[in-house]
Design a protein around this ligand. Structure first.
Ligand code: HEC
Ligand code: HEC
Length: 589
């Protein structure tokens, strides 16, 4: 039994018992927690741990998490997770279990464990939306998981871990210890109350495993401690060597495409860097300059913060500070991810970086699409180290698109004029300048068949009235061709790009006479939704808050459907009270 000072526990008494026992490795009693009387045989096989060799981790964590003869620390050696996952664990050790560490030590431990007990890039990619703070709807592997493990936090929190069977079981016990109410709400069926949650649809017998047991069984199978991806990444991982010039292509949501450069200088240790960023809207306009710091965890997970001059004072202007979460490709030649800001991290830039190698490279193009049967279309292709001599014949858009002439060119851009044949094959295309290729750069289309408002569903948060900030939502429109099959929303459809629209808000009919659209907030003609004040509204029935559900509607200014009516699209927006608890999951340098 580890020497653990019981007095440091601030949890419930169940918490103390579960937590203390949980520190002892492979204690049979644990497999027999009252909730799981009959563990399947497969769960009893002990799994090899991943040894911890970092002296700092051993000295800080090893006081409670004892080391075995193979170098494994109890609990820790049977889990792998993202930097955010490790940070969260360490914060709980401090908050609840009495660990004492300085911020520098905590940072060093997160770095160390993210490398030795992290995720492979492929594994981490699947939960990138968590660290990138994207509001994308999650997809759930099954209904039971959704009802049982995504009721309080995103499922991505669970999917950010890889654990031994024992550790998955203990995770459920940890929840019961910290929040005993889960037993009543989602972890177990209530006898005589019919199917529990949205999860259970099949007829149940006394033998049907409880929702939590089904979930743990699924997680144990799907997210085991050892995976081929992890084995291969451990062998392949290299220290990040990022210093030098990088090229940037950035989609600022609501504002369009930007391109530019990022210079990376070495920082205070091998995995830390200083950055200087300069990006300019490709449609022309003010350049944005930032400088920042980055830590690269586990050889690929870029977590940064940068500051500069804000581009304006409206909430959707580029801010004085943003945070960065990106993935470096294993060959360290490119990276992609999101730079974000806003009280709910709701504003963001989708970013791609390429290392400037001195070879001709294409970064972006100012025309997301070209219409079939049009002449003398000007196209600007941005890149780096483009050849000094470029002839029209060096530029290739594929068949049916003829490059008439080159209007101008420098090492960073080529402006060309192209004709698009009326019978050019429709679809997305690569663009090449000499041997440099920009895949999927533009599209040839004949007409806009439908449009979508993105995101398709979203949440804005009331605020500004009391202590809580507003949570905005920026909408965009994407136009589509329905492709050769002539049907909307099928696999052969392709993106045409944004089109000019009028924005409006319509009632989402949920309750009679609640008239949400008059109260929830306002939508600008750039697609920015600004929520109303939080707090009770005397103008509203029953002094209700300004919450509600509405449709955000885009009506094309020029594209018509087959009946000659303007194309429209809508997106479902929930305007909710502020988020009163925000889980702190930040990794920032
Ligand atoms: C003072 C004692 C103490 C120290 C020091 C300590 N822990 Fe813990 N740890 C606990 C206890 C108690 C539990 C079980 C309860 C819980 O999970 O909070 C635990 C559980 C864990 C778990 C399993 C939790 C899960 O995900 O289900 C991990 C992982 C962990 N600790 C990591 C660490 C790391 C890393 C350090 C060093 C930075 C550390 N601990 C230091 C007491 C400690
Ligand atoms: C009652 C709400 C609730 C439900 C239901 C719930 N969780 Fe959690 N979960 C939490 C909270 C709150 C935390 C943060 C605990 C902390 O660190 O203080 C958490 C933390 C976690 C963590 C991080 C653990 C760590 O070691 O820091 C994982 C992984 C997780 N949950 C997975 C799951 C899984 C899997 C399920 C379904 C079996 C589930 N959760 C169901 C509320 C819930």
């Amino acid at each position: 039994m580890p020497q653990h000072p019981l007095s440091v526990f601030r949890g419930t008494s169940i918490g103390v018992v579960v937590a203390v026992l949980a520190l002892v490795p492979q204690v049979p009693l644990l497999g027999q927690a009252p909730s799981r009387p009959n563990p399947p045989a497969s769960e009893e096989k002990p799994v090899d741990g991943i040894p911890v060799s970092d002296p700092l981790v051993i000295s800080k964590c090893g006081t409670c998490h004892k080391q075995d003869s193979k170098g494994n620390l109890t609990r820790i050696s049977w889990e792998r997770t993202t930097p955010e996952g490790w940070q969260e664990v360490i914060k709980r050790m401090v908050r609840l279990n009495g660990l004492s560490v300085t911020p520098d030590e905590a940072r060093a431990i997160v770095k160390s464990l993210s490398a030795s007990h992290g995720l492979a890039p492929e594994e981490a990619k699947a939960v990138a939306y968590m660290s990138e703070h994207r509001s994308d709807d999650e997809t759930y592997p099954n209904d039971n998981i959704r009802a049982t493990c995504a009721a309080c936090h995103p499922f991505g929190r669970a999917a950010s871990f890889r654990r031994s069977p024992e550790e998955w079981k203990l995770l459920a016990d940890l929840h019961v210890a910290l929040y005993p109410v889960v037993e009543l709400t989602v972890f177990r069926r209530r006898p005589g109350r019919g199917p529990q949650g949205q999860g259970a649809t099949a007829p149940e017998t006394p033998q049907t495993p409880q929702p939590v047991d089904q979930a743990i069984e699924f997680l144990t199978k799907t997210y085991p401690l050892m995976t081929p991806e992890w084995a291969s990444w451990r062998a392949r991982e290299r220290a990040p060597k990022l210093a030098g010039k990088w090229l940037v292509s950035a989609h600022v949501v609501g504002k369009g495409l930007y391109s530019g450069e990022l210079t990376i200088d070495p920082g205070s240790s091998a995995d830390e860097f200083n950055t200087r960023i300069r990006i300019t809207p490709i449609a022309g306009g003010q350049a944005i300059e930032h400088s920042g710091k980055v830590v690269v965890f586990g050889g690929y997970a870029w977590r940064g913060r940068s500051t500069g001059q804000a581009s304006g004072s409206s909430p959707d202007d580029l801010p004085a500070e943003w945070r960065e979460s990106m993935f470096l490709a294993p060959d360290q030649s490119s990276a992609e991810g999101r730079w974000f800001w806003g009280s709910y991290d709701e504003f963001g830039i989708d970013v791609k970086l390429w290392r400037a190698t001195g070879a001709a490279t294409l970064v972006t193009i100012d025309r997301p699409s070209l219409k079939a049967g049009t002449q003398a279309q000007r196209v600007r292709i941005l890149g780096d180290s483009l050849p000094a001599q470029i002839a029209a014949s060096d530029i290739d858009f594929g068949s049916g698109v003829t490059v008439r002439r080159i209007i101008s060119h420098t090492a960073q851009e080529v402006v060309a004029e192209v004709d698009v044949a009326a019978n050019a094959i429709l679809g997305r295309r690569d663009v090449a300048v000499g041997r440099a290729v920009l895949p999927n750069a533009t599209a040839v289309y004949d007409k806009v068949d439908y449009i979508k408002v993105l995101p398709r569903t979203s949440i804005a948060r009331l605020g500004g009235g009391s202590a809580h900030p507003k949570g905005y939502e920026q909408f965009e429109v994407m136009a589509y061709s329905h492709g050769p099959d002539g049907k909307d929303n099928t696999a052969d459809d392709f993106e045409i790009g944004p089109v000019a629209v009028d924005w409006s808000v319509e009632e989402f009919h949920e309750m009679f006479g609640d008239n949400d659209k008059e109260f929830v907030g306002s939508l600008s003609q750039t697609g920015l939704f600004t929520p109303a004040l939080d707090g009770p509204n005397p103008q509203r029935q029953q002094m209700r808050n300004n919450y509600g559900t509405v449709w955000v509607v885009a009506t094309s200014k020029s594209d018509k459907d087959k009946d000659g009516k303007p194309l429209t699209a809508k997106s479902y927006l929930v305007v909710s009270p502020p988020l009163f608890i925000i889980w702190d999951r930040e990794i920032t340098p």
